[in-house]
Design a protein. Structure first.
Length: 273
């Protein structure tokens, strides 16, 4: 759990004390990455000491897949040989987890700025033609999740990055809502399953991700104009921004976000992160 992921976890718990925040670590027969155990221990210990609503769970993937529609895909296909296999596994696991338990799923690069619990049973628009799949809520047993875990192994394509994630959500929404026109997919046509506008969680377009790390003039201390009352969380596009340096106590917008919304982890953050 690196420092930026810990920021995301804390911001969710900080703004939603009535939610159980479960952080899942996946164990897969020796395919674990080498990690800095001391840093993991520090961030986990800090979060657990401050927030009673955070718990860390290690999941054995063999057991997690057993008896599900994704078990055969996991064991009997060549998905591991694809160029996006880690991202695709993550895509499948979020749908499976929501199907098993219901609740919210959030990527670990979303910094929350206010509570999310007002919103239930939703997906978020990513553009004028597609959905995001990094921010989802579905009640336990919702037919959307059943459609998703059936579609994933049936239509899996290992060489197409978005096919098993955002594109899958689009396919499933069209089926569930009985609507081919993207702009006509809404909570009415989808029997109460809503579509949140992009500004709710993606107020900064991916093409402008660098704006999070530009140093603002020292006299600009207020929130930026794009933090409106509609913004619940801020997706910071980790795939693009992960190698950009943040400087503690600087005027970078990312630093402002985490210092205000992740006070415990920010207090132990190094000078650069």
């Amino acid at each position: 759990l690196n420092i930026r992921q810990a920021f995301a976890v804390e911001s969710l718990a900080f703004h939603n004390p009535n939610l159980f925040v479960n952080v899942l670590f996946m164990m897969d027969d020796g395919h674990q990455k080498r990690i800095n155990k001391s840093k993991v221990a520090e961030t986990v210990e800090k979060l657990q000491s401050k927030y009673e609503n955070i718990q860390f769970i290690v999941v054995d993937l063999d057991e997690y897949m057993a008896g599900t529609s994704m078990e055969k895909w996991f064991h009997c296909t060549d998905w591991r040989t694809g160029p996006y296999h880690v991202a695709h596994l993550s895509d499948g696991l979020r749908f499976l987890t929501l199907h098993k338990y219901g609740g919210y799923y959030f990527d670990l690069d979303v910094i929350f700025v206010r509570p999310v619990t007002y919103y239930r049973n939703f997906i978020t628009a990513a553009s004028a033609t597609n959905f995001a799949n990094g921010i989802i809520h579905a009640d336990h047993g919702h037919p959307i999740t059943q459609l998703a875990v059936n579609d994933f192994p049936s239509n899996y394509k290992k060489n197409k990055w978005t096919h098993n994630g955002p594109d899958l959500v689009l396919r499933v929404m069209k089926i569930f809502c009985g609507e081919e026109n993207f702009n006509a997919i809404n909570d009415v046509s989808c029997r109460g399953f809503g579509v949140l506008p992009r500004s709710t969680f993606l107020p900064i377009h991916w093409s402008h991700w660098q704006s999070f790390f530009i140093r603002r003039p020292a006299n600009e201390t207020g929130e930026p104009s794009w933090i409106t009352n509609q913004v619940v969380g801020v997706h910071v596009w980790n795939k693009l921004s992960c190698n950009e340096t943040a400087y503690k106590n600087s005027t970078q917008e990312y630093v402002r976000l985490v210092s205000h919304n992740c006070p415990v982890i920010y207090s132990i953050a190094p000078e650069t992160f």
